[in-house]
Each structure stands twice: as structure tokens, then as C-alpha cells.
Design a protein around this ligand. Structure first.
Ligand SMILES: NC(=O)c1ccc[n+]([C@@H]2O[C@H](COP(=O)([O-])OP(=O)(O)OC[C@H]3O[C@@H](n4cnc5c(N)ncnc54)[C@H](O)[C@@H]3O)[C@@H](O)[C@H]2O)c1
Length: 342
């Protein structure tokens, strides 16, 4: 079935409030979740919601935790999320990064003791909305084998970069693995195969079976270059921010374990490097130059196209996912029909 963005928002907020999540925090989680589904990143939208419910039940997500600041200077901060919702912690980190960038031209904020945050691009969008460049990287529990190996040691380590422009939404938001792990989980749930050249089974052989891939490893995107980039992100979102790295990273896919991943978010203020209008004008000129070269997309076009489609046609929820949501709602005596019937 298809649901509207507003129905999805109300479902997420309503269920989270039943689980003692505050209005403000539930609203952030819902915004990020709906953003993912509207942009077409269904691997990180409401499909991940049952994982968060399991995390709340297991106590690996603590709705009442307070975020604390370990260390802070004029241009950087290191946050301890104390295992609050990852969405709320990274949202707070980007808010701080933007405030610092307004002062100094740049703000860099590291995060540890957090949780899975959904889509990285939501947080770089926060910077775009303030006419700033936003950059977000994070590590995850191991899923990718280094080139030449077959054992997963590196995460799917997402990277998002958002750039303000007058004419377009300019954003790249992607895993540094050939596929996000969420896409494998989604394929498994839907009983679908995964594309070729995406994953290896436990023996290091190519597979199109999502279950075998989840037991084995995902390939890095772009061969050695993706591996090298992912390796670097593992360190920027690991040791640099006092988070775990490699095999020690837990809790991003398995909510039963405390989450030990980290994030690094950055905001850069173009007005401190150049004039903001000149900067955005040049970004527009570059987009025009690229677009005039053929039938090409720029990073962010896919999201814009998907948002238009989902707003017109709704967000698809497969039967298995709907069953899981109904089960969660029933357990919490949450009236799902009241939302779905409207
Ligand atoms: N929270 C986590 O731990 C975690 C981990 C991994 C991934 N993720 C999220 O998963 C989501 C999906 O990642 P993915 O790797 O599957 O994304 P993807 O492979 O669909 O790539 C998406 C990016 O590529 C751009 N793109 C697509 N086609 C293009 C074209 N022809 N020309 C130019 N640009 C183009 C899109 O605009 C988009 O920004 C992301 O939102 C990411 O943040 C989260």
C-alpha cells in the first residue's frame, strides 16, 4: 500500500510518543524518516523504524538521555550522545556546527555514543538551508571487506555533501559501499534479488542473494577508490571522534547491541570565503555548464525527482513492513487505523 508523507510522520511520532520519546525528539526522527522515503532512500526510511523500536525496547536507544559536550573550541566540538536517538544527536551536532560556522567560517562537530541516524543527507541539508556547505560522514558496523579480503571490517560509511545554489538542490548522499546495507535488508524483506557486482558471500564468491550477502560482505563502490575513501571515513568517524572503528563498531544494524559508531559533521560558510551571491551564482553557472553537456543529472536531481513522485503518488510500504508496523502499533495500543483511514 501507499501512504502519504503526513501519514508516515504521524505514525512515527505517535508510536515514538507511546515509547516515552519527547515531542521534539519524535518530530526530528519523523522528519528524517519521511525525508528518506520522499527522496527515494527507502532503505533508510520507515523500513528502519522496527529496528529503532527494537533499540528502544532493548535499551540501546535511551529516549531520556541528555547529550553532553566532551570538548569544545570556537570552531569544533565533540559530543557524547549518551545513546540518545542518533537522529537527534546528529541534528544537534549540525546545529552546533552551523552556529560555529556563522562565527568562524567553519564548524566541525564529532559525535560518539550515538545511534543509527537514518540518511546522512538530512543533516547536510540543514547547512544548505542556512546558505552553508554541509558535510556529514559516519561509520557503521562492519559490512565491507577491504579489497583483497573477504571478511567485513569496514562499515558502509555514508558521506553526504550539500551545497547551496539558487537554481538547484545540490547534494550527494550515499554509502561508500556498492550498496547501502539497508538495500540488502529491504531486498531480503521483499524476497527480491540484489544486483550483480554488489556483494560477496562468506566464501568471497559473488552473490545476488541478499541473505548470503548479509552473511558475507558488501563490495566497496568504485573498486579501490571506494575502499580507500571508506577506510578514511572509518578513521574520521572513529578514532578522531572517540568512537569505535573496524570490528569494534556495533549497534548500527543490530539494535540489541550498544551502538559504538561515530559521526563527523561540518558546516562551511561560503560568505567567509567569498561573497555568498557570487558563490551561489558560480554554482548555478557550473550546473548550467554540466547540464548543457548532454542529458545529465547533477547530484541531488534524483532526490528532487523522487520527492515530486512520492508527494504525488505516496510512499510505498510493502506487506511485510506493514505487518511489522501493525504489530508494533497493536502492542502499544496505538490506533493506526485512525491515521490510515484519513
Ligand atoms: N545511517 C547509516 O549508517 C547509513 C549507512 C549507509 C548509507 N546510508 C544512507 O543510505 C542512503 C542510500 O545510499 P546509497 O549509496 O544507496 O545511495 P545511491 O547509490 O542511491 O546514491 C545516491 C546519490 O547519488 C546521486 N546520483 C544518483 N544518480 C546520479 C546521476 N546519474 N548523476 C549524479 N548523481 C547521481 C543521488 O543524487 C544521490 O545523492 C543514503 O541516504 C545514505 O546516507 C546511511
Amino acid at each position: 500500500m501507499n501512504i502519504t508523507a503526513e501519514q508516515e510522520r504521524l505514525i512515527v511520532i505517535g508510536i515514538l510518543k507511546k515509547m516515552n520519546v519527547s515531542d521534539d525528539d519524535a518530530s526530528i526522527v519523523a522528519d528524517v524518516t519521511v525525508d528518506a522515503d520522499l527522496k527515494g532512500f527507502s532503505s533508510h526510511g520507515i523500513g528502519r523504524f522496527p529496528q529503532y523500536i527494537k533499540g528502544l525496547k532493548a535499551g540501546t536507544i535511551d529516549p531520556e538521555a541528555e547529550i553532553s559536550i566532551d570538548n569544545e573550541t570556537v570552531s569544533m566540538a565533540l559530543l557524547n550522545g549518551n545513546h540518545k536517538f542518533g537522529h537527534v544527536v546528529t541534528y544537534t551536532a549540525m546545529e552546533i556546527a552551523i552556529e560555529k560556522a556563522k562565527e568562524t567560517g567553519m564548524g566541525v562537530v564529532g559525535v560518539h555514543n550515538s545511534n543509527h541516524f537514518g540518511v546522512a543527507g538530512y543533516y547536510s541539508d540543514m547547512a544548505i538551508m542556512q546558505d552553508m556547505v554541509g558535510i556529514v560522514v559516519a561509520n557503521t558496523e562492519p559490512a565491507v571487506a577491504p579489497i583483497g579480503g573477504k571478511e567485513p571490517i569496514i562499515g558502509t560509511n555514508p558521506i553526504a555533501i550539500g551545497i547551496p545554489s539558487n537554481s538547484h538542490y545540490v547534494s550527494v548522499d550515499m554509502a561508500t559501499s556498492a550498496s547501502a546495507r539497508g538495500k540488502l535488508l529491504e531486498a531480503k524483506r521483499k524476497g527480491e534479488k540484489i544486483p550483480e557486482n554488489v556483494a560477496l558471500d562468506v566464501d568471497g564468491n559473488p552473490t545476488i542473494d541478499p541473505e548470503a550477502a548479509l552473511k558475507g560482505s558488501i563490495l566497496p563502490f568504485g573498486a579501490h577508490k571506494g575502499y580507500a575513501l571508506s577506510f578514511m571515513i572509518e578513521i574520521l568517524a572513529g578514532p578522531l571522534v572517540r568512537a569505535a572503528f573496524g570490528r569494534q563498531v556495533t549497534g548500527t544494524a543490530n539494535p540489541e547491541k550498544m551502538c559504538t559508531k561515530g559521526d563527523l559533521v561540518m558546516a562551511l560558510d561560503p560568505s567567509k570565503f567569498s561573497n555568498i551571491d557570487t558563490f551561489k551564482g558560480e554554482v548555478d553557472d557550473f550546473i548550467s555548464e554540466v547540464k548543457s553537456s548532454g542529458n545529465v543529472f547533477i547530484p541531488g536531481d534524483m532526490e528532487v525527482r523522487n520527492i515530486k513522485d512520492r508527494k504525488e503518488n505516496g510512499i510505498a510500504i510493502d506487506n511485510q513492513l506493514m505487518e511489522e508496523i501493525v504489530e508494533i502499533a497493536n502492542e502499544l495500543s496505538f490506533d493506526l487505523d485512525k491515521i490510515l483511514d484519513n
